[in-house]
Design a protein around this ligand. Sequence first.
Ligand SMILES: Cc1ncc(COP(=O)(O)O)c(C=O)c1O
Length: 402
Amino acid sequence: MNPLLTTLQPYPFEKLHGLLAGIVPPVPVPIRLSIGEPRHPTPALLREALVEHLDGLATYPMSAGLGELRETLAAWFRRRYSLQHLDSETEVLPVNGTREALFAFAQTVVDASYPAPLVACPNPFYQIYEGAALLAGARPLFLNQTADNGFGFDLEATVDEWNRTQLLYVCSPGNPTGRVLTLEDWRELFGLADRYGFVIASDECYSEIYTDEAAPPLGALEAAHRLGRDDYRGLVVFVSLSKRSNAPGLRSGCVAGDAALLRQFLLYRTYHGCAMSLTVQHASIAAWSDEVHVRDNRARYRKTFAAVVPILSPVMQVQRPDAGFYLWAGVPPGRNESGSRGDDVAFARDLFAATHVTVLPGQFLAREAHGVNPGRGYVRMALVPETHECIEAAERIVEFFR
Ligand SMILES: Cc1ncc(COP(=O)(O)O)c(C=O)c1O
């Protein structure tokens, strides 16, 4: 067997399952805020396009996808980020959701023949980054994101670590913090990438869930364009229909950026065998071509956040995120606890036992680095159920504190 498989960590939900096993809450109706799975309805136009193109099941698709899909994707990026150009032939590729693409990208980029290669990623983080690094023969280099630096990157790695870094995963808007990287953040990251020669993979799967219709989150391609890097060198961006169009089961996303990197990625993907079904490609064209359902989706989240944050803020440290659908909530210290935050694991367990509301302990989403686990003292709440259920969950949490 591949010995690297033994280096993989249990998934956060496995740990949560273990934590809550055997507990029978007194309240019968569960409310799950632990998993970031969208639960608003999948738009009819997407479902209809799927049904209309069932014939696609009879054909082997190409890894590069249909020209029509690539043109739709490139046009979406150009519109969304005011880009001067993005070439549909060389600078975009369809992927089966960002998860597989984020994983596969490290397998394409990392050269494990160099001594002790590193893949840098935020901490807390989406666990695929770590698994992708480990299975590519690298080690993760964790860049802490804490309240002290406004959940920005702590870029305090040593020169030796940066020299060994081959790939940096960025997540903006962040899961779980909701933090959106600024143009200044990007300037700094591009500077580091140029100096040390690493590639940037920018995971932007929450890019379309935001509060202010007039101020959509900055994307990495847009930042590159604004900073005069129109060749997108060393940069690949990952976007998805899962959250944007409430279609996590469709498995449809896209990568865009550096043409030379995407050429190698396409080669890797051809062997890996992850071409997107034609049926899914047609449904994706329909979804990326429509913004009405996306605005409607944002309005639902806006309503939920506006209702829930005021209910929770007297009892927990909650702040409306820049974007995304998570609350990264600080757990207040208990009577016998010192410090500014309480025990997130005990809180998640006791809250579940008392109220049947499930939240995810922050430390399950992070690793100990530079002497701290930056997830400790936080819980992640995905405000994905309908607004009334999220309100009910928030009220149960307030009652729990009483
Ligand atoms: C930060 C982040 N990236 C990527 C993904 C994967 O999304 P998908 O594969 O559905 O596009 C998720 C899913 O929850 C996520 O939270």
